[in-house]
Design a protein around this ligand. Structure first.
Ligand code: ATP
Length: 222
């Protein structure tokens, strides 16, 4: 009998998109902390496709995906969802949400994790007003940030924001904020270190470091 038929308790699934070029400890710590805080059944890292000309010549989408897979190996809560890389063109978030939602049981809860900056740009997203049909939105905010939301989001926040993630009920439809101090690491910094021949040990998991070295990724062309 399926979970749906048995009436098993709903699953709580989080989605964190990113280019992960490459994935690093900032992404991974943040993902794990949010998964713990929200008591997620699983948090899926979703590498974004980019227009072919925007991918670095020596680093393919498959290699970005492989690095994320290496990074979460053996960590049950963190999973990888490569569906956006398997499409012919970059996916809109709404399409990914529709596809994931179609695979879940009716009562399962879906949480889309976005940084504050991305959240402020929400009104520019394709079919953005449909996002909350499929998921809750978790806005990751720095404790020291005091940004004002854009006017276009004021009504949405007034109608949909709950005061704490524990107030998110049902499969979708609300917005909550999570305050988190990010580790001072970025993929840009890692690419720059590698391009100048320096080590990125301890900024990425050892398995990712081994992959980067084995494939000679992000090195400056000779
Ligand atoms: P780049 O330096 O290439 O812009 P990035 O390190 O910011 O990359 P992305 O793949 O663009 O990484 O980020 C994916 C998601 O992870 C985004 O929501 C981003 O805000 C978040 N993120 C990036 N760096 C950190 C960090 N150090 N701590 C927590 N979250 C992070």
């Amino acid at each position: 009998m399926s979970d749906k038929a048995q009436g098993a308790s709903p699953r709580r699934i989080g989605l964190l998109g990113g280019t992960f070029d490459p994935v690093h400890i900032g992404h991974l710590r943040s993902a794990l902390e949010v998964a713990d805080m929200l008591a997620l059944s699983e948090l899926r890292l979703v590498p974004n496709a980019r227009p072919p000309h925007r991918d670095r010549p020596q680093v393919s989408p498959e290699q970005r995906l492989a690095m994320v897979q290496q990074a979460v190996q053996g960590v049950a809560t963190l999973q990888v969802d490569g569906r956006e890389l398997l499409r012919e063109r970059p996916s809109y978030t709404i399409e990914t949400l529709e596809a994931v939602r179609a695979e879940l049981a009716t009562g399962d809860q879906l949480f889309l994790l976005v940084g504050w900056d991305a959240f402020c740009g929400l009104p520019g997203w394709h079919r953005w007003e449909e996002l909350l049909w499929h998921c809750h939105i978790i806005v990751l905010q720095r404790p020291d940030a005091d940004s004002e939301p854009p006017d276009a989001l004021r009504n949405l926040l007034a109608a949909r924001a709950v005061s704490a993630p524990s107030g998110l009920e049902g499969p979708a439809g609300s917005i909550a904020f999570v305050w988190q101090t990010p580790l001072a690491v970025s993929a840009t910094q890692i690419r720059q270190l590698l391009a100048s021949g320096k080590s990125v040990r301890y900024l990425v998991p050892d398995a990712v470091l081994a992959y980067i070295e084995a494939h000679g990724l992000y090195r400056a062309p000779n």
